[in-house]
Design a binder for this molecule. Structure first.
Ligand SMILES: Nc1ncnc2c1ncn2[C@@H]1O[C@H](COP(=O)(O)OP(=O)(O)O)[C@@H](O)[C@H]1O
Ligand SMILES: [Mg+2]
Length: 385
């Protein structure tokens, strides 16, 4: 038969691993994800990897998008979106829930589905709910495709500020005082919730921070000076998540530390100090992403403080069963104690973001960081591990 495979086919160079860069998404951090994907697409080593960009629209449709990083940038202070980048208004990329195949399919209403080829690894460049919270990770587990970063449980723990604190506490990591206001309580007995906040503030002082339990990039967070500000802060937080967390103010310096999985296990980066941002009330969305607040790397800490925060960052990575990477954020109180504020399983990841900058300063360039994350993902399987 003339179309028999060549006897020499085994001598062909092996196919390059194909990376699906998945970005955008339904969370309020959509635009930041697009910016990050632009940087990742620019930095991925094309000699080593094939790339398939998949944008998720704000409605949750998986759209085929051009491999065009130039369009994934801030232009005149306007943020990019997948909806602008999508090649068609109603085509969908589908990753079949079939662990036997890694074939990605493209469908359009009324058209024959088109095979887009196999994907070997997914890089979910997604922040917040439906991306960083374990839901996408669950889909990828079902589909049998390895992916960069935390698995289902660690992603969910890292997204939920209540369970994150509970896990850290049980592993002996220091967390600040907090109260949780659950949806049912606020909807049926807001007076009791208000009373709890008054008692909490009587013990820990005003102001308190009111936050959506599962959000990010400071979205929905308010600093509340007295009980009269609670109503508005609750409404603002609940625009992002019906579950709300109230925290005592932690004074001191904000210190961040990156953790990256190497062949021999997780290692911590040099830490960074995030100085207070004067033009903003706290380290908020505008400060972080539009003005790109300047963190100081390495943080001006003693050798002992640096070693301590690195130890705690790795302990946080292990406590939450993270994989690949995590950024652990701390306060160094005026008493010299580190308190963990949160972890981010998919931290800001543009080249000027803190996580890549901390690794840059630790001797790992942005392209090397991406390569290490992809290699760590390709080394492991899906499923229980
Ligand atoms: N308890 C707190 N005390 C003092 N500042 C806080 C506190 N919680 C949050 N902040 C400030 O708000 C920022 C965002 O809060 P964070 O908990 O990190 O939420 P996000 O998940 O949105 O990043 C922090 O980086 C810090 O500047
Ligand atoms: Mg934060």
């Amino acid at each position: 038969m003339s179309n028999m495979p060549s006897l020499h086919s085994s001598e062909r160079p092996p196919r390059k691993p194909r990376v699906a860069v998945v970005f955008g998404g339904r969370s309020s951090e959509h635009a930041i994800s697009v910016l990050t994907a632009g940087a990742v697409l620019r930095a991925i080593d094309r000699a080593k990897y094939d790339v398939l960009p998949i944008g998720i629209t704000t409605d949750g449709r998986w759209a085929l998008t051009a491999d065009d990083p130039e369009r994934m940038a801030i232009a005149n202070r306007a943020l990019p979106s997948v909806d602008q980048l999508a090649e068609s208004p109603d085509g969908s990329v589908v990753l079949p829930v079939d662990p036997a195949s890694r074939e990605v399919v493209y469908t359009e209403p009324g058209a024959v589905p088109k095979a887009l080829g196999e994907v070997d690894v997914v890089f979910p460049v997604l922040h917040g709910p439906y991306g960083e919270d374990g839901t996408l990770q669950g889909l990828l587990e079902l589909s049998g495709v390895p992916y960069v970063g935390a698995g289902v449980l660690a992603s969910a723990v890292g997204m939920d500020k209540e369970y994150m604190k509970r896990v850290f506490t049980s592993f002996g990591l220091p967390v600040g005082p907090y109260e949780v206001i659950r949806p049912r309580e606020w909807e049926h007995d807001p007076a009791a919730a208000r009373e709890r906040v008054v008692e909490f503030a009587a013990e820990h002082g005003w102001p308190v921070f009111v936050k959506p339990a599962r959000a990010g990039s400071s979205m929905g967070i308010s600093k509340v000076d007295d009980i009269s500000g609670l109503e508005e802060a609750m409404a603002e937080a609940r625009r992002h998540d019906p579950k709300v967390i109230v925290e005592a103010l932690l004074s001191g310096r904000e210190i961040e530390c990156g953790v990256l999985e190497f062949e021999d296990g997780p290692r911590a980066s040099v830490p960074a100090w995030i100085p207070p941002v004067t033009a903003h009330d706290f380290y908020d969305f505008e400060a972080k992403y539009i003005d790109s607040a300047e963190g100081v790397v390495p943080a001006p800490l003693t050798a002992e403080e640096t070693a301590e925060v690195q130890r705690l960052a790795i302990a946080a990575f292990e406590a939450a069963s993270c994989e690949g990477l995590v950024r652990a954020d701390f306060f160094l109180t005026d008493e010299g104690e580190f308190v963990i504020n949160e972890i981010n399983t998919m931290p800001g990841f543009t080249p000027i973001s803190m996580y890549p900058r901390m690794w840059q300063e630790s001797g790992v360039s942005y392209p090397e960081l991406i390569d290490r994350l992809l290699q760590a993902a390709l080394r492991r399987s899906t499923g229980l591990r």
